[in-house]
Design a protein around this ligand. Structure first.
Ligand SMILES: [Zn+2]
Length: 340
């Protein structure tokens, strides 16, 4: 059952500011003949992007229509079957290494939970750094794969009884929060699952990026608006407010940009042929990789990179007792996929 007052048709309650008025920001009818590597969307898709009139938080209007996004990850397998990293075992590389950032704030050993891990590359890397890792994902193919490799992995969401009484020093959710229909309930549960002073690492698409800005000049719109299951599009200020309201202190914020696969941030449109050439050059010419990485890092200097990368620390007990519409822990549409 959907939480009352948030997903019923015609009713809007912004999870960031509790605003109740919204408007259509953009209608996208996007058609791509070939889907470039890194996207899981169908060739043709229609999306209506709404915007909170108070704080400007953008969202997929299907959320208001009560669409069951969860089936995307449990029935259709669109992410495990189509995901590039899952298929090829190659994790997209970003300008910033999140493990290096994490370990400036917390050293192993310790228990880490990765929510929506999908492919096991991050679990493997964390294990090599002496972290004890567990994963949870809605996609049972991903979970089976992780278990075969010897990881402790659970198929379900973080509200499941499996997590009763558990605590983790660190919780990682990369490419997840944008898929969550009830972010307040999600953050509350994460807060419960963290040990005192535990850390939450988030990475998610950045609508304030140069990439998103330039995509306005394309009929196709920003890729991330069209990815199946992307519900909310948080700007930096939205993330900071949401986390602050739910008793997290921001320790670290920067942007990070995909380095060797995905859309070229300086182009308004996808150019698959050109992207493949860049990918090839990056692999074959170390000097090219170095220069290209420097160019991408310049975006992060101005916090205009492709994704938010954020570390927040749990403080005290949750200070905001009043629910913002979605106080139930049921029916979360947590997803297991990567932002790119
Ligand atoms: Zn709002």
């Amino acid at each position: 059952m959907q939480p009352k007052g948030i997903n019923s048709v015609g009713e809007f309650r912004c999870p960031v500011c509790s605003g109740q008025t919204w408007r259509v920001k953009q209608e996208i009818h996007s058609h791509l003949r070939n889907i470039p590597d890194g996207l899981t969307r169908p060739p043709e898709i229609r999306v209506i992007i709404g915007k909170c009139e108070i704080c400007g938080l953008e969202f997929n209007r299907d959320w208001l229509e009560g669409k069951d996004f969860k089936t995307l990850y449990t029935n259709n397998k669109i992410y495990s079957v189509a995901d590039y990293a899952y298929k090829n075992g190659i994790r997209p590389k970003y300008t910033i290494d999140p493990i290096r950032i994490l370990e400036t704030y917390r050293k192993p050993p310790g228990d880490i939970l990765e929510i929506g891990f999908l492919d096991t590359s991050l679990l493997e890397e964390l294990s090599r750094h002496d972290w004890q890792v567990e994963g949870v994902d809605l996609d049972n193919l991903a979970v089976q794969h992780a278990c075969q490799l010897g990881f402790t992995a659970f198929c379900g969401d973080i509200h499941d009884v499996y997590f009763r009484g558990k605590e983790y020093e660190v919780i990682i959710a990369f490419g997840v929060l944008e898929h969550i229909g009830q972010p307040v309930a999600f953050l509350r549960r994460v807060h419960q699952l963290l040990s005192p002073n535990g850390l939450l690492l988030l990475q998610l698409p950045h609508p304030g990026s140069l990439n998103a800005f330039l995509s306005r000049f394309s009929r196709q719109g920003w890729d991330m608006y069209c990815e199946p299951g992307h519900i909310f599009h948080y700007r930096k200020e939205h993330l900071l407010k949401l986390l602050d309201d739910h008793s997290f202190r921001i320790l670290h914020y920067e942007t990070s940009t995909i380095r060797i696969r995905g859309k070229i941030p300086f182009s308004p449109v996808r150019l698959p042929k050109f992207e493949r050439q860049i990918f090839k050059l990056v692999h074959e010419l170390p000097l090219f990789l170095w220069i290209y990485t420097l160019v991408l890092i310049s975006l992060d200097i101005f916090q205009a990179g492709d994704t938010h990368l954020l570390i927040a620390q749990k403080i005290g007990i949750e200070k905001k007792a009043s629910a913002i519409g979605n106080r139930t822990g049921k029916g979360l549409s947590k997803a297991g996929m990567r932002a790119r």
